[in-house]
Each structure stands twice: as C-alpha cells, then as structure tokens.
Design a protein around this ligand. Structure first.
Ligand code: HEM
Length: 227
C-alpha cells in the first residue's frame, strides 16, 4: 500500500508535469489549427503547399502524440492499475495505438519533408520513432504472453520514450533559461542542438536499462493484469 507521503509526492509530480505540459499541448493544438488553415505553409515551416500527404502526416502526428504524452503518466499509477484493471487494459491498448500512429506518422513525414535540423536530426528522430514503435509493440506482446517482467520492462521503456518530445522541450527551456541559448542556432546546427538530437531519449533509455537490470527480480510473478 502506498503511504500518504508517497501519494502526495506523486500528486505533486503529476501537477508539475501537467503544468509544464500545458504550453506544449497548446502549441500542438495551435499548429493543428494552422495546418487546417488555407495558407498553412505561410504560417509554419512544417506545412508545404500541395504536399497533402506530408501535411496530413504532420497533423495526425501532432494530434496522436499530444494525447500520448498527456495520457501516458496515468498508466504508471499503481493505485489505478490495481483497482481498475479494465481501465489499465483499455488505456494500455489506446497508448499502444497512439504510439504506433505518432511514430508511423513521424517516420512518414521525415522522408517526405525532412526536418529543420537536416540529416542528423532526421536520422535521430527516425531512430526515436523506431524505438517508440518497437516499445509499443513489445509492451503489448509481453502483456498478451502474460510475461510480467517483460511487460514491466517494456512498459518503462515506452513510458520514457513517450515523454521524449516533452523532455526535448524541457531540455531546451532549461538551457535557454540557464545560458540564454549558448550553442543553439535557429537552424539547429549548434553543438547543443546536435547533442539534443539524441539526448532526449538515449540517456533515458540507458538509465531505464540499468534500473530494469537492478529491479527485474521483483517483477517475476504472474502478470497482475493478465487474469
Ligand atoms: C511522443 C509524442 C510526440 C509529440 C507530442 C510530438 C509532437 C510534435 C510537435 C508539436 C511537432 C511540431 C514542432 C514544431 O512546431 O516545431 C512535432 C514535429 C515533429 N515530430 Fe514529433 N511528437 C512526438 C513524437 C515524435 C516521434 C516518435 C517522432 C519520430 C518519428 C517525431 C518526429 C517529428 C518530426 C520529424 C517533426 C518535424 C520536425 C521539424 O522539422 O521541426 N515526433 N512533433
């Protein structure tokens, strides 16, 4: 059972997360609004005249990604998971679908339109999409197989990957607040930008891997949500 202190700590963490997510979500919906306007290409570099497939991929990508990042923290709440098993499964299926749609739409957009940061950013974001897609696939597979440790491990990887686009913005916001943007250029060619191409998901995956290796034995029993 969770203590009152840990519940308060989780509540505060969630409140802080949703507060910092708010501007990101609003930016996402603003961009969707722009995407549906007549002269979208004039208002955002993400859209181009006549490039209907690329434009649609970006709209779908932002919509699915925004729901993914906003909903994924709820999936880790132990109280919700144990008390409302059906909710956990339905939410799990929705998150897997959202991760696939976000990843596939993003990975379609990259070869069609590229990215603002050029080939290195395109390669890094494509790799990120592949990781997100794979984690969503594996978390679902392990759940269906009743493999509790596997489902837990892939769930943790999916969680951090789903937060990746938010972490990317958090890194930039903190960096600009602390340094005024040293090493960052408008075309994303500065040393800070180049590191950020990977720093929003690779270090988190490595840290999660260490956590998994250390704590795996505590998650070997049959899957609680599998019955
Ligand atoms: C996980 C949730 C995600 C959310 C909420 C999200 C959201 C967004 C948003 C709001 C933009 C527009 C950025 C801007 O206005 O400058 C964007 C751009 C983009 N996203 Fe995502 N995204 C997510 C995941 C991913 C993944 C997994 C990929 C990899 C396939 C990806 C690839 C891209 C690309 C290539 C762009 C255009 C980059 C550029 O040239 O500026 N995103 N995303």
């Amino acid at each position: 059972m969770q203590t009152l202190n840990s519940r308060v700590a989780i509540g505060l963490l969630l409140a802080a997360f949703y507060l910092t997510l708010l501007p990101f979500v609003m930016h996402g919906f603003d961009t969707i609004d722009v995407g549906f306007s007549q002269d979208a290409a004039r208002h955002s570099y993400l859209f181009a005249d006549g490039a209907n497939v690329g434009n649609a991929a970006m709209l779908v990508h932002i919509l699915a990604g925004t729901f993914l990042v906003a909903l994924v923290p709820l999936q880790l709440l132990k109280g919700l998971r144990l008390r409302y098993n059906r909710f956990h499964r339905m939410m799990g299926a929705s998150l897997v679908a959202l991760a696939w749609i976000t990843g596939l739409a993003g990975m379609s957009y990259i070869p069609l339109r590229g990215t603002i940061g050029g080939p290195l950013m395109s390669a890094a974001f494509f790799l990120y999409g592949l990781c997100l897609f794979t984690a969503a696939l594996m978390v679902a597979r392990r759940a269906l197989e009743g493999d509790r440790a596997g489902h837990w491990a892939w769930g943790l990887r999916l969680f951090w990957l789903a937060l990746g686009s938010w972490l990317y913005r958090v890194h930039y916001t903190l960096w600009y607040l602390l340094t005024g943007g040293v090493g960052s250029e408008p075309d994303f060619s500065g040393p800070f930008d180049l590191v950020q191409n990977f720093a929003f998901f690779v270090p988190y995956l490595l840290a999660v891997q260490i956590w998994i290796a250390r704590n795996r034995s505590a998650h070997q029993k049959a899957l609680v949500t599998g019955s």
